[in-house]
Design a binder for this molecule. Sequence first.
Ligand SMILES: NC(=[NH2+])NCCC[C@H](N)C(=O)O
Ligand SMILES: [Mn+2]
Length: 320
Amino acid sequence: MKEIKIIEVKSEIGAGTRGASLGVEAMKIASLDLKSDFFKQYDSIEVENVNEMLYDGAEHAHAKFIDGVMIMEERVCLEVYEQLFDEFFPIIMAGDHSTAYGTIAGIKKTHPKKRLGVVWIDAHADLHSPYTTPSGNMHGMPLAMACGFDNLECKVNDPKGETIEYWEQLKNVGVAGPKIYAEDIVFISVRDFEKPENYLINKHNMSFIETEDVKKLGPVKIAERALQMLDHCDYIYISFDVDSMDSRISTGTGTPVPNGLTVDEAKVLNEELAKSPKVCAWEIVEVNPTLDTENRMAEGAFEIMEATAKAIMARPVMAE
Ligand SMILES: NC(=[NH2+])NCCC[C@H](N)C(=O)O
Ligand SMILES: [Mn+2]
């Protein structure tokens, strides 16, 4: 059994809508309302954020607050690295999804020679670069950073030199160059992407599991299938964006999309995935209580996190 360490990352500069930095606290309130001792059970540590940059307005049109995102990726990378080094299992509670790249970089820094697989449970593919982003929001870019994709073939923007300098630096956080292969990503419930992302998905023949498949086969079978797809990987990271859940449920998130998972499907899916001893870190992102009613999103998210943590604690230790 490995001890869990909670890493709190209350950063929201990568999102276009304000409020995702409050998601962590909203989930703590949910734990109290649901009478859980989760936050007493596990220690947590907070990564300092740079949200005050928001007061200055965005300078980089095609990569908003990329200078701040750079700082956050470095910080998250180091914290994840340290916790893994100390043999903890990190559960990362983050704000916007951009910092998931810091987590990936931290895992890669810990195991530079190992092959890292990613299960990306999300409504979005988050594969944009400053050259292709429709919004300039950096929470749409973490997987492009991790794969080292510029996607110039689909270039629609002309980012300025300083933006490109930061983008180049970003790709080298933790260890130099790409952290993962596109073929080592399994997308689950991704259903809202732009053309440039589609291009990459087809070019690299990336793995997809649709919401419909989850409903048809059930989350247990789907988890099994996803793990099988990553059988050749040494470690697996799970990134759970709450907008993977249906927009009727995910009322408290910045970019809701219809045709998503239910809380129950997401819960069982994450639990089953987390049972694999290869899974070395789990992350939950994009809870935004300012958009919500009666903290429903955070309550659903908390339930999923608690069930996943239980599954992690119950599993046998992986032989190194
Ligand atoms: N992690 C997220 N919620 N990402 C949403 C990204 C939405 C859109 N593809 C964009 O780049 O602006
Ligand atoms: Mn996302």
